[in-house]
Design a protein around this ligand. Structure first.
Ligand code: ATP
Length: 358
């Protein structure tokens, strides 16, 4: 097992730069997820790690082995895509053993590895079945097993669960984590589903338009986004953002959104924005709803979505539609409420660059 390093990876397709300045180290046993909107370069990056796409520039090292110019079969990576594609005429056992057979392992060794892996994935009792007899989730476990029988140097997953229903995804998530931890090699997992990324990853790489926007642990990205892009990409429901201004008050700076002023704690960079527009972000979890409309944004209650343990409540305000996470059992009455963000939880961003003002 080794660390994997990407240094300045770049991929051009003709005049289109799909990925640039991609630097990342993945530790042994570390689960790293690539997230970002459609077209931001996730799959292209993963395919460069796999050797399915040649990097236009940059190096890729597995430990001290430079694999940049090696074909996929010489890189020792295990790949799992969304398209499961098990061989329908083979048993689960033979499906899982197939890669080992191609790699020249003797039959007893192949089957021993398959049995061990099946045990880990709790699919031992399916080994003699054909793929057609399996549910979607069972097929996914088999596909995972087939990709991992060989102790690879690196695990690569490209949206492997995107065809599965929400419950099955939740059931399989811990399995991906446990199994990759057990094997202990680095893992790179692509998804556009931020919830999947948040729950599974040691670290998340958020990509925007071919570049890394931020790398960090799930909570770090949630609490401390470097930009409005990352702030609004990570977290459910999405961070609310408003057009605001920085104003000077007697006892310090405040941000003004519409007719309301909220004090903000001193930040080094904020004073230079005085009397200038900024973007103000606040998470729906950090807004409280009061009967008194004077202290916060006045919001006409529109709708509640009960989620069991909490409610997503929607309000129309002069600043647009605002979502607030309200307590379990909250039912608005279709009238105006005051929406108050917690001042300490305001995130402020430069309106031009989108970068955080700290
Ligand atoms: P999605 O979530 O939709 O799969 P992604 O983040 O994985 O998107 P990529 O598939 O890596 O994004 O694509 C990045 C950019 O590169 C896109 O603009 C895409 O159109 C372009 N691209 C990808 N593959 C090729 C190719 N073979 N030829 C030309 N352009 C390509």
């Amino acid at each position: 097992m080794v660390q994997v390093h990407a240094q300045g990876l770049r991929k051009e397709f003709g005049s289109l730069v799909a990925v640039e300045e991609f630097d990342l180290t993945i530790d042994e046993g570390e689960f790293v997820t690539l997230v970002g909107p459609s077209g931001c370069g996730k799959t292209t990056t993963l395919r460069m790690f796999a050797g399915l796409e040649t990097a236009t520039a940059g190096r890729l090292l597995f430990g001290d082995r430079d694999v940049t110019d090696l074909p996929p079969q010489e890189r020792d990576v295990a790949l799992l895509f969304q398209d499961i594609a098990l061989y329908p005429h083979m048993s689960v056992r033979d499906n899982m053993a197939y890669g080992l057979k191609i790699a020249g392992y003797a039959k007893p060794d192949r089957y021993e590895r398959v049995e061990e892996t099946a045990d880990l994935l709790q699919i031992t009792d399916l080994l003699d079945n054909r793929p057609a007899d399996l549910s979607g989730g069972q097929q996914q476990r088999v596909a995972l097993g087939r990709s991992m029988v060989r102790d690879p140097a690196l695990f690569l997953f490209d949206e492997p669960m995107s065809d599965l229903d929400a419950k099955l995804k939740r059931d399989l998530r811990p399995l991906f984590e446990e199994v990759t931890k057990e094997i202990g090699c680095p893992t790179l997992y692509v998804t556009h589903d931020q919830e999947e990324a948040m729950t599974m990853s040691d670290r998340i790489v958020v990509m925007d338009d071919g570049r890394i926007a931020q790398v960090g642990g799930p909570e770090e990205l949630y609490d401390d986004p470097d930009s409005e892009f990352v702030g609004t990409f990570i977290g459910q429901p999405t961070m609310q953002t408003f057009q605001g201004r920085v104003v000077e008050e007697r006892d310090g700076l405040a941000v003004e959104v519409g007719e309301h002023r909220w004090p903000v704690s001193t930040r080094n960079g904020l004073a230079e924005y005085t009397d200038r527009p900024i973007r103000v972000g606040v998470r729906p979890q950090d807004i409280s709803v009061t009967e008194d409309t004077s202290g916060g944004l006045a919001g006409e209650h529109v709708l509640d979505e009960p989620l069991g343990d909490r409610t997503n409540s929607f309000f129309d305000t002069p600043e647009g539609r605002v979502t607030v996470v309200t307590p379990k059992g909250f039912r608005g009455e279709g009238r105006a409420y005051g929406l108050r963000p917690s001042s300490s939880e305001l995130r402020l961003f430069d309106p031009d660059s989108g970068l955080r003002i700290r």
